[in-house]
Each structure stands twice: as structure tokens, then as C-alpha cells.
Design a protein around this ligand. Sequence first.
Ligand code: J2J
Length: 533
Amino acid sequence: VEHALRTFRAYPDDVAAAHRARGHWIGQTFTDLLDAAVERFGSRPAVIDGDRVLDYHGLDRAVRALAERLADDGIRRGDRVVLFLPNVAEHPVAVFALALLGALPVFALPAHRERELADIATRSAARAILTLGRPADAADADYAGIAGRGAPAGVRVLLVASADLDAPAPASRRESPARPDAVAFLQLSGGTTGGPKLIPRTHDDYLYSVRESAAICGLDEHSVMLVALPASHNFTMSSPGILGAIAVGACVVMCPAPSPDIAFPLIERHGVTTVALVPPLLIAWLDATHGERLRSLRTIQVGGAKLSEAVARRVRPELGCTLQQVFGMAEGLVNYTRLDDDEETIVTTQGRPISADDEVRVVDDHDQPVPTGTPGHLLTRGPYTIRAYLADDAVNRSAFTADGFYRTGDLVSVDDRGYIRVVGRAKDQINRGGEKVAPEELENLLLGHPVVHDVSVVGVPDDTLGERIAAYVIPRRDLEQAPRAIELRRFLADRGVARFKLPDTIEFVAAFPTTGVGKVSKVRQRTPESAAR
Ligand code: J2J
């Protein structure tokens, strides 16, 4: 990875030149973004976590202190460091501290467990895993323990804790400024066949999308953003997310868990104006709400998975705020409904791209464009969409067209105004309420169980989650002696996988339904009535 990164050319030279000429890429790094905010908004609150408030000066001090310590720990420019942190103040501090050193965060999710951490650290050839050295408020996970057990040989576990937030800033700044066209961090793709892929985003391209997102979402220094989804998710980092908030001098309130009992009191206490949710959380919030508690809230962004129109229609009357649908991806392209769009557009579409220079192509199975309004495969290219994964050529040849369009794997229709509706998915991935799961990963793990003869994992429709995970298992023994579902779930948990990947239902069957040509029919398994045939 180190070598691949050194020779990695994120965009062709002429394309990069065009994005600069258009004013999209302005040569800003993460460090530049923070410096500008500290200068302009110094004593305004930047990050709130429990009783702790960091103003912009305090954030800057903490960043410099942590960078100093990480440098002492041997973190150098270009090193990959897996960030394994929940929603705590240390999270943004760590992101900017790594940037100061020119090191690259690799964004693991706090729900990840030993197996995923090991995989992410190995894939990214990480120098270290950086995790929390204190108990997090409502979170139950022993992050340091999980990181310690998950870290591959030679990968160090580094801890960040409250003390780092209070440490005096070092006299001089230990810094190794990155070039704006360098890769700033690695995100992980949702994962389909072959596991998650590394997504390299540059300072230039990412911060363009961040600044535009902040403007589209109407963020300014009076905005208060509740960080309810995992801070490391691309949505939470950039749409407009933590970075968008910091860019305009807003305040981010770290929310340890997104449930109404934790989130609502924080909204009241801090006068939160905006929050990003996934559809199942919106449903939970709608069902728990007592309008006036959320009085300060002006916008609720919802994305990560398809929001049903029926739920979307409830937002304005029941919560009294504007819904913004967000259809984005860590690879780049992000679509928003605009705050001043008419209500029909807001509740029936997933928005339109950030940039006039985002190219959206909808094609049939043979890559031929379909007429406007006809569903097809979404391909995209633009000023903040990657041209390649940090992966070998074979992977990139199938994920991108020869002329550099990313094959999103989403089925969409686009109307004559350019608004997108997500109508389905062509990639082999389950979207469980915004959490992306690769069926293949679970199938391979379950095949390791001694009584499992064969297994097929699919997403089946679910009113709340959108999709839930169903595993169909052909046991080696008689059906009567098959293991119980709970045993198989425990088997998976013991393998160190995130809880959100554990199948919601496991059914033991004698055979799988097949297609005409004798292949397992996952389509039929997704419709429960026909699954067991
Ligand atoms: C339907 N499907 C959606 C939506 C994402 C902002 C918001 C979300 C993500 C994200 C993100 C959807 N309706 N509104 O990175 O910056 C599905 C699609 C898409 C995939 C990307 C952001 N919003 N999806 O969810 O990389 O299938 O990014 O291709 O996790 O989620 O997943 P991810």
C-alpha cells in the first residue's frame, strides 16, 4: 500500500488542472481548513462532548498536543493509522492531528470488531490503530481491548484520552504538511464481492465537496450540529458533517448514541439546529417525539439508505423542520434535496448532485444510455469522485469504465431537472438501514461452521430497516438435528464481526430455490414466501 500510495495518481493531470481552473480545487488541506477556522472563530465553541467544551483555540491546542505525542510514538508522514473511535471529542482531534503529521486516517467504524480491524489494518498496511484510552459515556465497548486483540503483528495500538485534550500545546508545531493533491485519508467501501476496498480521497477533492455541502445545507457559525451517526462515516465527516461544521465555525455536539433518550436531551441542552440520520433512526425519532423538545432543530438530513416516501412525509408536520434527503457514497458523488425545494421534491427524490460538474450517466446492462426518467445503472464522474480504488487493476477495471466513470451499483432514475430517485441496487450488498453488509463475507464465515453444508445470505425487505439480513442454511445433518439459529449467531460473534452483520433470521432448509439454469436464486430468497423452495 505504501508504494501504491506513493505512485498513486488520483486524477489525470488535465482533469486536475480543469478542476483547479474551475475554482473547485483551491489547494486547501485539512490543516489549512482548521487554521483558517481557528483564526476566524477562535473563542467560539467547536466541539462539545459531555461537559467538555473545546473552543476553536482549544481544538487547535489539543490537535497540536496529540500530533506531538503521535510523532513521539513514531507516526510519520504517509503512515496509515486506523482510527477506531466512537463519537467523542478525541475523534476530530485525532483526524486533524494525523493531518498535521501528513499521516492518513483509515476510518474504521466503532461497531467493528477484531476481525474487521485486523482486515482493515492489513489491507491498509497500517502502522498503528488509534483508539480510545478511556471509557466512553454510553458506549459499552472496550475499544482498547478490541484493538489489542484485533491488531495484526507489528501494528501498534495507540491510545488517545481526555488528558490529550487538556495537554498544553507544544511550543512549536510538529508538522509535515501534506500537499493538497495528496491522499488525505482512506475510507472503506461498503464491501461486496472480495471484501471492502480502500477509497483514497485527496484534500483538494474532499474539501471541495465539504465546502459546497456546508453552503447547500445552510451551515454557518451559528449552526449546532449533533453528531449522532458514527463520526467516522463518510456522511458524518463530509456531508457536510464535522468537517463542514468546522469549516464555517459551527459547533459539533458529539452524541454517544443516536437513540431518542440520549439525543433529545442533547438537542434541548445545546440548541442543536441540524442532525444527520439513517432512515430507521428517523422512524425511531418520529415515534418518540414530543415536538417541543426538538424546537431548535431546523433540518434533519436523512441518507445512507432509501427513505420511504410515507416516512418522509411525516417529518415537517410532526417534527416541524425541513427534511433533506442525502444520497451519497464514500467514493464521491453526493446528492442533496435543497432546503428550498418544494415539498414533493423533498419527499419523493434523493436530491441532485452537489456540483454542476458532477457527471451522471444512467445506462442499461450494456452500458448504453437510457432515456430520461427510465431506470438504469448509475455511473458517475466528477470533481470529487475517485477514479480508482487503492486496489489492483482487475478490481478497478470492473468498478470503473474505461473513461473513468465509477459504477455505483445503484439503480436510479433521473428526471429532466436532474433529480435522482434510487429505485434499487445491482451490487451484491445488503443495506441494513444504512449499514452495508457483503453477503459473501457472512457466507464464507458460516461455511466454516462444522454443520453448515451450504449457505446463502440475502437482504429481505423490512419495514423499519429497509432490508434485514436473512441466512438460509443447508445443514450437513438432518434438518431435525440442525444447530439452532442462536448458535450460528454466536459462532459469528465469536469470529469477531460487527453486531450489525449478524443475520436477523437464520432458516434451515433442505435446498435452495434455483434459477432456470440451476444457480441459487437469491431473487427468490429475498421474497420470503418462495425462499424455502
Ligand atoms: C438510497 N440509497 C442510498 C439514499 C446512500 C452521504 C450520505 C450517505 C453516504 C453513504 C455517504 C442513499 N437512498 N439516500 O457517504 O457522504 C446507498 C447507495 C450508495 C451507498 C453508499 C454520504 N444514500 N445509499 O451511505 O459509502 O447504495 O455512503 O451507493 O456508506 O449507500 O454507501 P456509503
